[in-house]
Design a protein around this ligand. Structure first.
Ligand code: GLP
Length: 244
């Protein structure tokens, strides 16, 4: 695990965008694993600017998002389908048919998850997987648990995640209680993992991810075992990691 310390959120975002664009320049038909949340927003904005200028070309790229709320249709403004289009896909020259997000509108959880696993498997798994981290150490929607999950599955969101994500909804009651998420094993199949973290609220999760025991109670801690994992975090997120 390599840790890159940045001064602030903007610095973190530019560095992350640089790495993603380098991946796409080196391999134009890259498979990218993408994340939602507020953390990647400025990196997506930067990539949109570079795409506008012709510096990076997404026309041959395929994408696979980590997760989606169960029960939301693709055009629901709170869905991750909608988020990705609004914040990234609608502004770059990507072929939308090559973008993938788990199908939260399919009420048959087993089928929705098995279908998504097959898609990611058939694509050969991501060349680069972008990850944010939850305040409780979750990645995707893999919540703290007694064991590490494997493939795509349906999860019950923890109270802490519902609370954290409620800032993006009108009311806490509106936050869906379940989600479909790629499993930890699927995430670990990516050839490179890029974790981004910003702000004091992430400091404890970042410390446990980078320096704690590898423990499913902090799902991100398994990334210590990945052979090519880069963490880009700002001073505040690294404030509990003086050794980094
Ligand atoms: C959600 C997403 C995660 C994301 C996390 C942190 O729960 N499922 O993929 O990493 O939130 O979000 P934020 O970047 O907004 O802090």
């Amino acid at each position: 695990m390599r840790i890159i310390r940045t001064t602030d959120y903007d610095d973190m975002s530019r560095k992350a965008a640089n790495i993603i664009s380098a991946q796409v320049i080196l391999k134009p038909d890259s498979v990218l694993g993408l994340a939602t949340g507020t953390t990647p927003l400025a990196a997506y904005k930067q990539l949109i600017r570079w795409c506008d200028r012709g510096d990076v070309d997404f026309s041959e790229v395929s994408t696979y998002n980590l997760d989606e709320y169960r029960g939301l249709t693709h055009d629901d403004p709170q869905s991750y389908h909608y988020f990705m289009r609004k914040n990234f896909f609608d502004h770059i020259n990507i072929d939308l048919s090559r973008t993938h997000v788990p199908d939260g509108s399919n009420p048959d959880a087993d089928a929705a998850c098995a279908d998504y696993d097959k898609l990611v498997h058939d694509a050969g798994y991501p060349d680069l997987q972008l990850l944010g981290i939850g305040n409780n150490g979750h990645i995707g929607f893999n919540e703290p648990d007694k064991y590490f999950s494997k493939g795509t599955h349906c999860v019950d969101l923890t109270e802490s995640t519902i609370k954290a994500n409620s800032r993006l909804f009108d009311r806490e009651e509106d936050v869906p209680r379940q989600a479909y998420t790629m499993g930890v094993q699927t995430i670990m199949y990516a050839r490179m993992i890029l974790v981004i973290a910003s702000g004091e609220a992430k400091a404890e999760a970042v410390r446990r991810m980078c320096f704690g025991p590898v423990d499913p109670e902090c799902p991100a801690s398994i990334l210590q075992l990945h052979t090519n994992c880069v963490v880009i975090a700002d001073e505040a997120a690294l404030s509990q990691c003086p050794e980094a």
